[in-house]
Ligand binder design. Sequence first.
Ligand code: SF4
Ligand code: MG
Length: 318
Amino acid sequence: KNLKKHFPVKKVSFREKAGSIKAVDGISFHVYKGETLGIVGESGSGKSTLGRTILRLMEPTEGEIIFEGHNLVGMSSRKLTEHRKNMQMVFQDPFASLNPRMRVHQLIGEPLAVQKILNKEERTKKVLDLLEKVGLPKEALTKYPHEFSGGQRQRIGIARALSMNPKFIIADEPVSALDVSVQSQVLNLMMDLQDEFNLTYLFISHDLSVVKHISDRVGVMYLGRIVEIGPKKNIYENPMHPYTKSLLSAIPTVSFGVKKERIHLEGEPPSPSNPPSGCTFHTRCPHAFDRCKIDSPELVERVDVQFVACHLYSEDSI
Ligand code: SF4
Ligand code: MG
């Protein structure tokens, strides 16, 4: 609810004002039990910061994070640890996120060892079980991360996240470092595990095809805000926000007879340390009009459960 994460920036010269990078700038949404909410946006849109802030791996500047009725913001670290067991993260680069000096049984069993829930024998049994669930042989147990391919390493990362029996997993670009041929295998594994363990996913990616494959609903981020959010079908077939439209027009599609018009946006995304006034997309929007420079549009439900932040759809603009 109204989540913000601003990073202070020091001023370099006396002429500059000390400012802040508004990586996440007032975001509100729900994630429903058992669903996958995909979050898409260009790099620098604040997607990763959003994921990390939700798990309180970073402290939010403002806002609330309600998990099963409990606000994680301002919670004591003892209570937070209790809730955090139910929330895990899968990272983009499994090689960087797995300690190279640990064997697989330690890597997957470590969270369990820290929580002291199981004894050593029970832990090994659990780790073997998890290896099977993610499609790795039991011989993997005594190996080191470098002995595996990228796809296998991501399976280890997923098994590690699953070891605490979480309910909610935030996956930040989990297949972006993998070959395209391996991506769908890992995505399908994640979908199978979701069914088996009743998991809820927040799935972050810059790749619209990947998000389309796995998500039930999709939120589109631009400069630290959600500009459109709704069911996958609506977002991909009837996008309303001009930014969503331009992102989708850039995906190559093979279709006969229908020629898709590619929408070219002017310039690069502006810096989140100095975002444009009003609608932050107005500097690149092909439909911008006077009001867009002054007024920041709210995220409003425009058609059934599809929310859009754009003045084109407000009754008082027509
Ligand atoms: Fe474009 Fe204006 Fe809509 Fe922003 S509010 S997306 S600038 S039309
Ligand atoms: Mg990122």
